[in-house]
Design a protein around this ligand. Structure first.
Ligand code: AMP
Ligand code: ZN
Length: 466
């Protein structure tokens, strides 16, 4: 099956390929966190879906260049810094660090670039885009000195979200001074400075102020990926007004189609409601780990449901993830036992897993094939019908699957204590101190790690069930 995704813009499944005439590089823009607090696992559902998308495209031979913005200035970050009595950058720094810690713990591939909204380079780009919009009659400065986008002069406004402009309500992301605007749906491009902003301000042709949230993404996306982006992602709450506004601003300036394909993930819910900071019904990655679950179990719990299906978060969901991972781990341990050090370099030619993901990332079908394979090969092992070479080939097949799922393997963070023990063991082996080497192996085992000696040297892996 050809690769296809559900494009929010057309509300249809559309075939996806690289741009004609270009190389196989796919530019992906993903809306990132607003760093006024630690991101919750609902946010990470969106980032894990984007990670799955990237990894699958890479498995299919594309070269992905992904950009994720960091929103480090908005009402909430400014308020947080003021309340904490520190500068904006000091305030946001801690949450940026936490965001990367959680990203790594969840084995989400780092994006190629993480531009920050407050970087002068992008502020300049935002100002130049706003100036271009004003000169085209697509923006105006209101009496409150803020600059707004004039949606009535952009006829396709509302097309992404499929909404009727007459139904527009205030979004809450815009300050409450609607009377200054020509239309209730006009959104702020540049927010004039006021006292509450303290020393957070930049100079512009319209006076001191700061950018609106939507223009940040248009400026950073076009600055880093060009006027046209292959895939733009986010959660469904980003569709309106944020992504609708991004289209209006970017296309308003460039006159070119901004995004080839829009992909949005459904929400992570708690008791039927969107997990969100404002409702207070959220968990962070450390909250989940404090309950005794691993970040790997959380990754599995969040990745295993199709991205366009809502997922209700419960502890039962975490227990199921643990159970499924246990089945995978046990299977891998059995294969390793049979394969021992064999590496045939032969991979079983079976592409059901990848083919399922080609169909709009159909993860349920892909995992269905994985567990069917586990059942079949377990049966063969029970009957003594799987030889060393066969087991090694299945392990090699798994490596391909796991380059997308990222549930085991090289990206695993190995604690420094474990690395030190492993290094000592390698040295003991070189010195032919076999007893010492075995003792160190036992120590590593007790810590939940397993070492294997291969022709390429010692390999460390998480012990099955640890
Ligand atoms: P925010 O920091 O609110 O702008 O959100 C960052 C990203 O997380 C956006 O792509 C949102 O659409 C997404 N997001 C926020 N809450 C959830 C949720 N409960 N489930 C899935 N995605 C979410
Ligand atoms: Zn955005």
């Amino acid at each position: 099956m050809a690769l296809q995704f559900f494009n929010t813009y057309s509300r249809k499944l559309e075939q996806f390929s690289a741009r004609k005439g270009g190389d196989q590089t796919i530019g992906i823009y993903t809306c990132g966190p607003t760093i006024y607090s630690r991101a919750h696992i609902g946010n990470f559902r969106a980032y894990i879906f984007e990670d799955l998308l990237q990894r699958h495209l890479e498995a299919r031979g594309f070269n992905v260049h992904r950009v994720m913005n960091i929103t480090d200035v908005d009402d909430k970050t400014i308020r947080g810094a003021r309340e904490a009595g520190v500068s904006l950058s000091q305030f946001t720094k801690q949450f940026k660090r936490a965001f990367f810690e959680d990203t790594d713990a969840l084995r989400i591939k780092r994006a190629n670039e993480y531009p920050s909204a407050t970087d002068q380079r992008y502020i300049d780009k935002m100002i130049s885009m706003i100036s271009a919009l004003i000169s085209k009659g697509l923006a105006y400065q209101a009496d409150d000195k803020s600059v707004y986008f004039r949606i009535h002069n952009f006829p396709s406004y509302g097309k992404l979200a499929h909404i009727d402009l007459t139904q527009l309500q205030s979004t809450g992301r815009v300050k409450n001074d609607d009377y200054d605007k020509e239309h209730i749906g006009d959104f702020a491009l540049w927010k004039a400075w006021d006292e509450e902003d303290g020393d957070v301000k930049w100079n512009s042709p319209w006076g001191a102020g700061r950018p609106g949230w939507h223009i940040e993404c248009s400026a950073m996306a076009t600055a880093l990926l060009g006027d046209q982006i292959d895939i733009h992602c986010g959660g469904v709450d980003n569709i309106f007004p944020h992504h609708e506004a991004e289209i209006a601003q970017s296309e308003g300036v460039t006159g070119r189609k901004f995004v080839r394909m829009w992909l949005h993930c459904a929400h992570l819910l708690v008791d039927g409601q969107k997990m969100s900071k404002s409702l207070g019904n959220f968990y962070t990655v450390p909250d989940i780990c404090a309950k005794g679950y691993t970040a790997r179990e959380l990754r599995y719990a969040l990745i295993r449901v199709h991205y366009r299906t809502q997922l209700n978060f419960t502890w039962e969901v975490m227990n199921e993830a643990r159970e499924s991972l246990g089945r995978i781990d046990d299977w891998l341990a059995r294969l390793h036992e049979i394969a021992q050090e064999e590496n045939t370099g032969h991979r079983i030619e079976r592409s059901d897993f990848e083919n399922a993901l080609d169909d709009d990332l159909n993860i349920s079908a892909a995992l269905g094939f994985l567990f069917e394979t586990i059942r079949e090969t377990n049966r063969a092992m029970d009957a003594g019908r799987l030889d060393r070479a066969g087991a090694a080939s299945w392990l090699s097949w798994w490596n391909g699957v796991d380059s997308v799922l990222a549930l085991t393997g090289q990206e695993l963070q190995i604690p420094s204590e474990v690395l030190a023990l492993a290094k000592a063991r390698e040295q003991a082996r070189l010195a032919k101190q076999w007893q010492k080497s075995d003792e160190l192996r036992d120590k590593l085992f007790a810590l939940g790690w397993e070492v294997r000696d291969t022709r390429d040297g010692q390999k460390i892996a998480k012990r099955a069930g640890a």
